[in-house]
Design a protein around this ligand. Structure first.
Ligand code: ADP
Ligand code: MG
Length: 803
């Protein structure tokens, strides 16, 4: 490890880096990906004494996987325990009293700012991957620019280190709103070998996956040894390309028997100690398919503690592969074996770590990755990069409120970053699957995230920290005024903000939005304010366990998969399409009838959670995930999130005693109806109303009704929704995605009569506690089962937690 460390470019600059930090409160460090910033600079600070008194060193990462995986790596390099070098992410962490170096997601540090504005616990904060411009790290830099000044005044200086993989740091450096004097920039000169760029002659074809596949085959068959790294846009594309490659370069050994012979005859020594691995293979009764390692890993990966003891197993699996391949594969296959690994951010970190492990002898490494491999993870020994030139990004239209995932061309900066991956260990080649003419049309840099996302959660957090005028916050790049306004409007409609006249007698802003008690409550939850609002209404009719389950599921990304690449496709006779239809049918049946069906896709989520409760064993979860097309990791995330919310609710509300391991039953018809109202209350601005005459107007749309949303354009229920083809008049949706049409996803049917109560367009919410004797709740007796609302007041009742 010491030898490896000394080879890293940042280590040559240790003295310069440490001196600059000693002399300045804010320092920017730029260095190529892989130059050692993330793993080494925290260690420099540690050695320079920045964690010697009671203060600690904090490092923020935009991704959870980076925080956990790097904490482990640094602890290993320093030979310290995971208590001393720890991580903290949303659900879990190893940080404690003895922690000296803490890796965390940027969201975690932002929460800490809320409770201890001066961050007194820290002596130094490192904002890593600042070039990615994730919203939270941007905001943190904004806050830290002020905190550093405050701490300097208090004579207890805090060091701020901003690390970037690119030289584009002007937004931080030259921004006088942030830093009065531009902070010094330390440039790490990473040794970079030359990379030959090969452009495609023609304009890119539509099917870039096919194109990438052909290019990889060609490289593998014709060019000398060296790892291949392919950039595609999404998790499903990663799986698609991986499975194509695995089919083309077939499995080394085709049956289990043959393999076990090989193991017994040739690998006695390495295997005698790793019985777990052997068991795993025997159970699966499959050949040595690298793919099957990955899939079978799942159930174990997530249960065990994240540190210690894994390395032995993993490395022995590599040895095993090496042995088998060298005996029985190389002879039979003229194409040469290929070691195909997927890499994307939702992939469990253990599997991501496979890219660091040695490649089995005789195999060529081929990593198929999304843009996580662009900067945050460095894969050793890559010689060839295949760049599709595409990226999938979420765009948000502040005017219409429509979020869309679009596959677009990358920026020139990204393209160069990608090609740079080929020159880490020697001269390399980058194959760009687009022409140089197209390249010159790429944007120079990509837009920071803050400009592409709705900012309601951000605005809520900022106001909770006390920033009333969000527009004046020192953002490295401010969100558009329109985005801030629409966030304030939404928060206002949720009851989180109230309008107060501006007390300062200035000419311009006549009113400001300030947090209400409800708003303060909503800010306590690590959720989108829409979902926190739903929770805040849930303490009636025994609905809380359901709403907790629902919002936990809603806050997890991409629960359902509509492609089948997540599952092992062993049954080759069964077509994708057939499986998809079966899955669709199973989902419809699960949703059920009556009120249940009207809760739509949210009922599906809820019932999945109920089924998870009913089947405590992980094997049954695997069946669930297969049957309904649910991402396996999503189930674990939902379950973690749910536990976290229950713990939080129990601490916020005295005497609540919400149980953490009760089994949730399917909701009753009445509960289903009330849940629809609750869903509506959180999606006040996501209402769509059916246009009846659609078939006459547009005969091609027979299968899906056309809906009109408030901002006056037309949307459709997505075919994967359980309410597709249903006759509902009013629906609320979770989000709109633009593919061939504008599609609503996560749809629930609601009633027109509920709108004034649950989605008022203009209202004042007054926080009233449920047990307030002066304001007894009045139940609407129309049919006995409506969420209660306050007498004489407008809007449903909620609880507010005192700060
Ligand atoms: P940077 O932050 O500048 O991109 P890192 O500090 O992340 O660089 O990585 C430095 C080197 O350490 C890289 O060559 C990378 O391959 C290696 N490395 C990082 N994490 C691990 C790990 N978990 N296991 C093995 N090697 C790693
Ligand atoms: Mg890094």
């Amino acid at each position: 490890i010491q030898v490896e460390r000394l080879r890293l470019p940042v280590c040559k600059e240790e003295q310069w880096i440490v001196e600059t930090i000693n002399e300045h409160d804010v320092v920017i460090i730029c260095g190529e990906t892989g130059s050692g910033k993330t793993t080494q600079i925290p260690q420099f600070l540690y050695e320079a004494g920045y964690a010697h008194n009671s203060g600690i060193i904090g490092i923020t990462e935009p991704r959870r996987v980076a925080a956990t995986c790097i904490a482990e790596r640094v602890a290993h390099e320093m030979n310290l325990t995971s208590q001393l070098v720890s991580y903290q992410i949303r659900y879990e962490g190893t940080a404690g009293e003895r922690t000296k170096i803490k890796f965390m997601t940027d969201g975690v540090l932002l929460k800490e700012v809320q409770y201890d504005f001066e961050l007194t616990k820290y002596n130094a904060i490192i904002i890593d991957e600042a070039h990615e411009r994730s919203t939270y790290s941007d905001i943190l830099i904004g806050f830290l620019s002020r905190i550093v000044r405050l701490r300097r005044k208090r004579n207890n200086p805090l060091k701020l280190v901003i690390m970037s993989a690119t030289l584009k740091v002007a937004d931080f450096k030259m921004n006088t709103k942030l830093f009065h004097t531009p902070p010094p920039v330390v440039n790490i000169d990473a040794r970079q070998f030359s990379v030959t760029i090969h452009f495609n002659r023609h304009t890119p074809k539509r099917d870039y996956i096919e194109e990438a596949f052909r290019k990889v085959c060609k490289i593998h068959r014709k060019l000398p040894d060296g790892g291949i790294l392919v950039f595609v846009t999404s998790q499903s594309e990663v799986h698609l390309l991986c499975s194509k490659l695995k089919k083309t370069f077939p499995k080394p050994v085709s049956n289990f028997k043959k393999m076990s012979e090989v193991i017994q005859t040739e690998a006695v020594a390495p295997f005698s100690s790793s019985s777990r691995l052997e068991n795993r293979m025997i159970n699966k009764n499959e050949g040595l398919n690298l793919n099957s390692y990955e899939n079978t890993d799942d159930d174990e990966v997530d249960e065990r503690d994240s540190e210690d003891g894994d390395d032995v197993d993993e490395s022995s699996s590599d040895e095993q592969v090496a042995i088998v391949s060298s005996t029985s594969f190389a002879k039979e296959n003229p194409d040469g074996p290929m070691y195909v690994l997927p890499l994307y951010s939702l992939l469990p970190s253990d599997k991501q770590a496979l890219v660091f492990k040695p490649v089995p002898a005789g195999f060529r490494l081929c990593v198929v990755a999304t843009n996580v491999a662009e900067t945050s993870i460095t894969i050793p020994n890559i010689k060839y990069v295949v760049d599709t030139g595409k990226v999938k990004t979420k765009f948000y239209d502040a005017v219409t409120g429509v979020s869309t995932f679009k596959v677009t061309f990358i920026s020139q900066a990204s393209a160069n970053q990608r090609s740079g991956r080929a020159g880490r260990t020697g001269p390399g080649h980058c194959y760009r699957l687009y022409s140089s003419a197209v390249f010159s049309d790429f944007e120079e840099f990509s837009e920071p995230e803050i400009a592409r996302k709705p900012v309601e959660d951000l605005v809520l957090q900022l106001k909770d920290i006390g920033v009333d005028r969000v527009k004046n916050f020192p953002f490295p790049t401010p969100p558009s005024a329109q985005a801030i306004e629409s966030a304030e409007r939404l928060l206002y409609r949720l009851g989180a903000l109230e309008v107060v006249p501006c007390s300062i007698a200035t000419s311009k802003p006549k009113k400001i939005y300030r947090l209400t008690d409800l708003g303060r409550t909503l800010a306590q939850f690590p959720l989108n304010p829409r979902y926190s609002k739903m929770l805040s209404l849930s303490q009636q009719h025994q609905l809380m366990p359901y709403v907790v389950a629902l919002v936990a599921a809603l806050s997890v990304q991409e629960v359902f998969v509509n492609s089948l690449h997540h599952h092992k496709m062993e049954d080759e006779n069964c077509s994708d399409e057939k499986k998809r239809l079966e899955m669709q049918q199973a989902r419809l049946e699960l949703v059920g009838k009556g009120e249940a069906r009207l809760l739509g896709d949210n009922m599906l989520l809820l019932k999945v959670v109920c089924l998870m409760d009913a089947s405590k064993r992980k094997e049954e979860w695997a069946k669930l995930s297969e049957k309904y097309g649910i991402r396996w990791k999503a189930l674990l995330e939902i379950s973690k999130m749910r536990k976290q919310l229950i713990t939080l609710l129990n601490t916020l509300i005295p005497d609540l005693n919400l149980s953490n391991n009760s089994t949730l039953k399917f909701p009753s018809q009445v509960q289903a109806k009330l849940l629809r109202q609750i869903v509506l209350s959180g999606h006040v601005d996501h209402i769509a109303n059916k246009k009846n005459d659609v078939r006459k107007v547009d005969p091609t749309h027979i299968s899906s009704f056309k809906f009109k949303i408030l901002s006056d354009f037309h949307v459709f229920i997505h075919p994967s929704s359980s309410l597709f083809k249903n006759k509902c008049e009013y629906v609320v949706y979770q989000y709109i995605e633009e593919t061939s049409k504008l599609y609503m996803k996560g749809v629930t049917s609601v009633e027109l009569e509920w709108l004034p109560l649950f989605a008022p367009t203009d209202t004042r919410f007054d926080p009233v506690k449920l047990d307030d004797p002066d304001n007894p709740p009045v139940f609407d007796e129309v049919d006995g089962h409506v969420m209660c609302h306050m007498s004489g007041k407008f809007g449903p009742q909620f609880w507010a937690v005192p700060r």
